[in-house]
Design a protein around this ligand. Sequence first.
Ligand SMILES: Nc1ncnc2c1ncn2[C@@H]1O[C@H](COP(=O)(O)OP(=O)(O)OP(=O)(O)O)[C@@H](O)[C@H]1O
Length: 458
Amino acid sequence: MGNETDLGEMDNIWGQAREELQKIVGTDSFATWIEPLRLTGVDEGTATIACPTRFLSDWVSRHYSDDILKVLDRLNGPVHRVSFETRSQTSRQVAAANSEPKRPAPRAAVDEELTAPLDHRFTFDNFIVGKPNELAHAAARRVAEGGPVTFNPLFLYGGVGLGKTHLMHAIAREIQIRQPEAKVLYLSAEQFMYRFVQALRDRTVMDFKELFRTVSVLMVDDVQFIAGKDSTQEEFFHTFNTLVDQGKQIIISADRAPGEIKDMEDRIKSRLQCGLVVDLHPTDYELRLGILQSKTDSFRVQYPGLQLAPGVLEFLAHRITSNVRVLEGALQRLFAFASLMGREITLDMTQECLADILRANDRKVSIEEIQRKVAEHYNIRLSDMIGPKRVRTVARPRQIAMYLSKQMTSRSLPEIGRRFGGRDHTTIMHGVRKIEELRTADRSLAEDIDLLRRLLEA
Ligand SMILES: Nc1ncnc2c1ncn2[C@@H]1O[C@H](COP(=O)(O)OP(=O)(O)OP(=O)(O)O)[C@@H](O)[C@H]1O
């Protein structure tokens, strides 16, 4: 490979491969992931694909290498392997082959390597809006629509898996569509640090600074990452100030509010707070159900013909409260499982297939909370839960609290006994059994228990 004829032939094969790949992966994914690639050679069954950035090469090799392999094998077989090569790797390999002293990487390569590719699935269209995220969504939309810079910086924060990255990608994508000439630089704080350290090592810090200072929109995800990294913070601070002074838009995300990021310099914290700070709150039931319905619509395309029993999505929205990523993963597993088994997705199947996720999401209720709620409900004193009184009006609620402690916590009988005034584990076992018996015979007691359980789970 390498002479002009070979390159011409490679271009020819790649041209045909691209047409087939576009049909396989769809126009959007093709434009984002495959379009920027080039076939540079095929040698002893290994096809080499050049990628402009390492992020792109990581993504493509994880998601599309099988498709590329199949297509190339068909067009130019036999091809057994696809190897991805980024431009900087190529220049490093050339430098090593020439055994010259290390030279700074060319400017263009640094530039292209800086922007992380956007995930085409993260758009405003498929971001479901509910009470917990409506403010963050509205602010993100406003910034993405462009116009005079209103909030600078826009600081989005929230717990794990609540949609920060999704919104960041949606903003970047929307700006690119509305203002194709704008130079949008999106990267994680980790990538910012990595590139900065690399620039220090390669002595290209001036290029690094200049590049950052020429962008129109800077977006940095997970900024808490640079806390405690002194020189990266310093560089970030200067970049930030220069861009804000030039009226360029900055959008930052983090897992907590600026004031709560430990080991972040105060001057940076205060700079981060000077625009608009909005948070993504933990999801509520309605938002979770909305997200599940929307994801189900897309899974139906992927798994056509699968039946979903009524109540399954509601059950999941009630039970999986941790974060949206877990919710999505659960649904994905459920659809994959049902399609493998060729069965309808029922509530039973859901419980069976997602037992581990459901267990991990069970709200942790403490014995003390149970005692308090039960005491309130039966209008007795909390101290009676652990005291010696044996009158039925006290003893029965106490047994109900023992029963719920066994059902709703993972504590052992001796542990529960200790929390009930140092009672023996056999007393607890007796109490639990008594309530189990009564439950089946006494409807009003069964209803009381269900109500208490719901209150404790809420
Ligand atoms: N409101 C929403 N509508 C649709 N999908 C959502 C919503 N919120 C989150 N998601 C989905 O949940 C998953 C996790 O979201 P994302 O990666 O944006 O979370 P994050 O807040 O950046 O988390 P982390 O703190 O781990 O970086 C993604 O697949 C995203 O599409």
